[in-house]
Design a protein around this ligand. Structure first.
Ligand SMILES: [Zn+2]
Length: 59
């Protein structure tokens, strides 16, 4: 039986980088991953600075 790698829930719905996560933790991890990717792209000048990625970063 798979368990969420973050909270231990058995309601695993997604695999991220080969590790199982429940819907809640999976969404959190994907969101953090996406924001990090966008910040990197912005730093490399791949997306315009008009896009306010920073406002989506969790405090
Ligand atoms: Zn979880």
């Amino acid at each position: 039986m798979l368990k969420c790698s973050a909270c231990g829930s058995v309601k695993v719905t997604v695999l991220i980088n080969g590790r199982p996560y429940c819907t809640y933790c999976g969404a959190k991890i994907l969101r953090a991953h996406l924001i990090r990717t966008l910040l990197n792209m912005k730093r490399e000048g791949l997306i315009t600075s008009a896009v306010n990625v920073e406002s989506h970063v969790d405090p």
